[in-house]
Design a protein around this ligand. Sequence first.
Ligand SMILES: [Zn+2]
Ligand SMILES: [Zn+2]
Length: 257
Amino acid sequence: MLRFKSLGSGSGGNATVVESGGLLPFRLLVDCGLGIRQLTFRLAQSGLQPEDINAVFITHEHGDHIGCAHALALRYRIPVWMSQGTYSAIGSPDFDGLLHIARDARAIDMGGLQVMPFTVPHDAREPLQLSCNDGSSKLGILTDLGHATPHVIAHLQTCHALLLESNHDTELLDQSAYPHFLKRRVSGDYGHLSNTAAAAIASAVTHGGLKHLVAAHLSAKNNHPCLVQDVLSSALGCLPGDILVADPASGTPWLQF
Ligand SMILES: [Zn+2]
Ligand SMILES: [Zn+2]
């Protein structure tokens, strides 16, 4: 049995805790795109302290994902995983032996939790997203990508829970005051998923065992939780309220499956 909790999601910062079951749970922090004080505060609100985190996985170098990773790792002696490209992109700082390099489709055994990173198309050096599996439950995390690829869809099959980017409504983005270059970047093949693109991914991987679908990384300006719930629920044939939306500041409750 796994449980997970978003500590917040959006362009202001992303962090998610994934916890394996058992007497000695293993806790993985996926991204820590917050300052260390804010991260500590949000962990405390979730009943955790930084000392409870056993490992950190960083998906890519953008500030809303890497945040305080370096300071957190060194202060609490937590091992950190990221791609070689991400490590290069942040200037290859000294992690004092705590750094591990993650590679596309190369499973990482974290003791009760198997992490499977996979490459995604996004405007970062070597971005990875991931699935987490304890042998009976599988969580997919997919927060920053411009479009779905067969590789992405293959890695998200058989998930029992999915944290899925649903960044923007295409019309709201078109009508927004964003400069043209930024509209093109966000909606481009290496930007972020629109609600309809997220719905297409959800439809491609849904199955009877999918218990939780959490929409994440919503644009504060070019989206709305109700729009996301409408688009995703009509694609999946469920009720809008069945789609959870990760809040930028408070994330989600703990979700177990
Ligand atoms: Zn990004
Ligand atoms: Zn992001």
